[in-house]
Design a protein around this ligand. Structure first.
Ligand SMILES: NC(=O)c1ccc[n+]([C@@H]2O[C@H](COP(=O)([O-])OP(=O)(O)OC[C@H]3O[C@@H](n4cnc5c(N)ncnc54)[C@H](OP(=O)(O)O)[C@@H]3O)[C@@H](O)[C@H]2O)c1
Length: 259
């Protein structure tokens, strides 16, 4: 497995309109309504945990695949409402997004049709609304110098924003990231793309508590019976605790709801 050479790419934050808009708007006299996909997952579950703890006034709705997940979530978070469906449930996504101030798409970094459904729903409101899409730093993986060899580039999410936003489609997640931004512009929906590297730490969400990436490494080590390096082992990648990743979600969410 080859990891990206990343120092500063925690996320790319792409907003089409200025946040000051929110603060002047009597946009949400009611508690802001947030729709979250992936609430049964590691990152989505932690976001759910943190938002309900820090913002008990928010109306949270989450997408789950089945009634078992529904029960597990509502038993731990009674204030959270869930809807059963998948990222392919177009009507559900459009309807949920149409009612939401902010949508956090935390289920899948590469699911294009759901992006379009969510943006279509968000665009139906009379006010400008926001989609936050969870992407991943696979977009900056670079093995051009060989496996296990360092690459000179250290990505910066401000100075390299133009390049990161315009990767050719051979870069992981680039198609979906760019689709979200372009569809958002077309339909008057703000979009933010978060691009974390490997996220780690024991999660506190209702169902999954381990990051999808760490078990892959653990399994490989177990299979081999010892640790390993790839090639010269000189490639490096910044990892992120879930707290830092989640704090950003909360900061963005607050900015978007003006709270
Ligand atoms: N973890 C990391 O280190 C990391 C780093 C950067 C980016 N990311 C990206 O962030 C996203 C979430 O990561 P994660 O670690 O939280 O993964 P995860 O624990 O597998 O969570 C994803 C959740 O979304 C749900 N989901 C996935 N596809 C769905 C669909 N088509 N319809 C309905 N629900 C669906 C899954 O439900 P089920 O459990 O029922 O399948 C799962 O609970 C991924 O796209 C990943 O590539 C992760």
């Amino acid at each position: 497995m080859e990891l990206p050479s990343v120092k500063l790419v925690y996320f790319v934050f792409i907003l089409q309109y200025l946040p000051e808009y929110f603060h002047s708007e009597l946009f949400f006299i009611m508690a802001p309504r947030i729709f979250i996909t992936g609430v049964s997952g590691y990152i989505g579950g932690q976001v759910l945990h943190d938002i309900t703890a820090k913002h008990p006034g928010y109306q949270i709705r989450g997408l789950v695949r089945n009634e078992k997940q529904q029960e597990e979530i509502t038993s731990k978070y009674p204030s959270v409402q869930t809807v059963v469906g998948t990222l392919d449930s177009t009507d559900i996504l459009v309807e949920e997004a149409a009612q939401a101030a902010v949508v956090l798409q935390l289920a899948d970094a590469d699911h294009n049709s759901s992006i379009l459904s969510l943006i279509r729903g968000l665009s139906q409101g009379s006010k400008t609304r926001t989609l936050i899409q969870l992407s991943g730093a696979a977009s900056v993986i670079d093995v051009s110098s060989g496996l296990g060899k360092p690459t000179p580039k250290i990505w910066d999410d401000i100075t390299d924003l133009h390049e990161i936003s315009n990767f050719d489609h051979s870069h992981g997640h680039a198609v979906t990231d760019q689709l979200a931004v372009s569809a958002g512009k077309e339909h008057g929906v703000r979009t933010a793309i978060m691009i974390p590297p490997t996220v780690y730490g024991r999660g506190e969400g209702p169902i999954k508590n381990a990051s999808m990436t760490i078990p892959w490494l653990v399994e490989a080590i177990k299979k081999r019976g010892k640790g390993f390096t790839i090639g010269e082992g000189k490639k490096h990648c910044q990892c992120d605790t879930y707290q830092r990743c989640l704090d950003r979600n909360l900061v963005f969410g607050r900015a978007c709801t003006g709270t």
